[in-house]
Design a protein around this ligand. Structure first.
Ligand SMILES: Cc1cc2nc3c(=O)[nH]c(=O)nc-3n(C[C@H](O)[C@H](O)[C@H](O)COP(=O)(O)OP(=O)(O)OC[C@H]3O[C@@H](n4cnc5c(N)ncnc54)[C@H](O)[C@@H]3O)c2cc1C
Length: 372
């Protein structure tokens, strides 16, 4: 019998740890009280882009992009990834040249383009306020439901025991007591429970700086056949085409609506939010004017003070953390799952995870490291 691994949470990160752990021959049990696919994951905007201001996030993001590019080959099913191309539109005065050099140095295919080139890439964009933009030809978005279904099938096929309808009631030394009263013994327990992770870790004396925060999205009828996936710092939005004929649009903010507890109800997506994001979308894609808002959704983020996740072994023997993704964990889920499973199996840390050590000193978030 291989090392016993208990994965707590069946979102994209937990499923990815389960696939790669089981493929390595580890004895993996995953528990998830809700449906596989996770709380945050199923609501995700699922942008897969590599533009970050910090090297650590950029390195993980490019690994994530490469994973989505060969997803079917690696996991045996679809992720719905579409390489629409991605543009980051900075705020006026945002330093871009050094950042692009840093991104290129970690292997990211990205370049600076002016308004004419941007307009040639995407004629649907109003570029009158754009002086410069960062363009990534290979980035785009994926489908969270398809991605999770494929990961779940791959984990099952590799031999992981995926248990739904049951969660962890309390962590304990090398394992957990489950909500049905049973006990799972584990050599390694991996906490992938998003915003619920802090509460569970608190039970074994760990104080994780993870706060639940609500975010909202709107889907606006699309009047153009296609457009780029965009983070628009000027208008404070992010947007991407949706396969069902809409444009997904959200606000690019960190801590809009802190929630008192991860158990609290998510807020309604109110008319004021919808009108605001629609107006901001029209400023960038004028053909969205008059487009119907076809649907909305709210989700929960697991925010940390510096907007980076907590990944690696904790101070509690046998307890590993993979949580606090702060609105950025979809694109990196599969590659981080692979890196963490390898670390647990071999004992050799992954260098790209070094900046995410749970005991690091946290600094304030940097604007372009924002969600999505
Ligand atoms: C609206 C929105 C837009 C986003 N857009 C993007 C984007 O464009 N790009 C990007 O990269 N990221 C994006 N994100 C962030 C990304 O979706 C998340 O970081 C990622 O899905 C987190 O996955 P996870 O597996 O860590 O957590 P989750 O998907 O939240 O999964 C955690 C799981 O733990 C389970 N759980 C809770 N309590 C217990 C317990 N006691 N025992 C066992 N299991 C438990 C939950 O039920 C849940 O299924 C977005 C998120 C939201 C909400």
């Amino acid at each position: 019998m291989g090392t016993r691994v208990l994965v707590v949470g069946g979102g994209i990160t937990g499923l990815a740890v389960a696939v790669h752990g089981a493929r390595r021959g580890l004895d993996v049990t995953l528990v998830e009280p809700g449906p596989l696919g996770g709380l945050s994951t199923q609501k995700s905007g699922a942008l897969v882009r590599t533009h970050y201001v910090d090297r650590s996030s950029a390195k993980l993001a490019v690994r994530g992009l490469r994973d989505f590019e060969r997803f079917e080959e690696v996991y045996g099913g679809p992720s719905g990834f579409e390489a629409t191309g991605f543009a980051y539109l900075p705020e006026p005065g945002e330093p871009m040249h050094g950042r692009i050099a840093m991104l290129q140095s970690v292997g990211i295919e990205t370049m600076l383009v002016g308004p004419d080139e941007l307009r040639a890439l995407d004629p649907s964009l109003d570029v009158r306020d754009v002086e410069i933009a960062a363009f990534e030809p290979r980035s785009g978005f994926a489908d969270p439901a398809l991605t999770c279904a494929t990961l779940a099938a791959a984990a099952h096929e590799a031999g992981a025991d995926l248990r739904t309808g049951v969660g962890v009631a309390s962590l304990r030394d090398h394992g957990a007591v489950l909500s049905d009263g049973s006990v799972v013994e584990a050599d390694a327990t991996v906490l992938c429970a998003g915003a619920f992770s802090a509460e569970l870790a608190g039970g074994v004396g760990l104080d994780l700086p993870i706060r639940p925060t609500a975010v909202k999205l709107a889907f606006v009828e699309r009047r153009v056949a296609r457009h780029l996936t965009v983070i628009d710092a000027v208008n404070g939005t992010y947007l991407r085409p949706d396969p069902a004929g809409a444009t997904l649009v959200g606000r690019r903010t960190w801590t809009d609506e802190p929630m008192p507890s991860p158990h609290a109800d998510l807020p309604e997506v109110d008319d004021a939010f919808v009108a605001d994001v629609h107006e901001r979308l029209i400023r960038r894609i004028p053909s969205a004017a008059g487009g119907a808002v076809v649907s909305t959704r709210a989700g929960m983020l697991d925010m940390t003070p510096d907007g980076l996740p907590l990944v690696g072994p904790s101070d509690v023997d046998g307890l590993w953390l993979c949580c606090g993704w702060s609105g950025t964990g979809f694109k990196t889920g599969p590659s981080v799952g692979e890196a963490l499973a390898r670390w647990i199996d071999t004992g050799l840390p992954d260098r790209d995870l070094a900046g995410l050590a749970p005991d690091r000193e946290m600094v304030e978030p940097v604007a372009a490291r924002s969600p999505h």
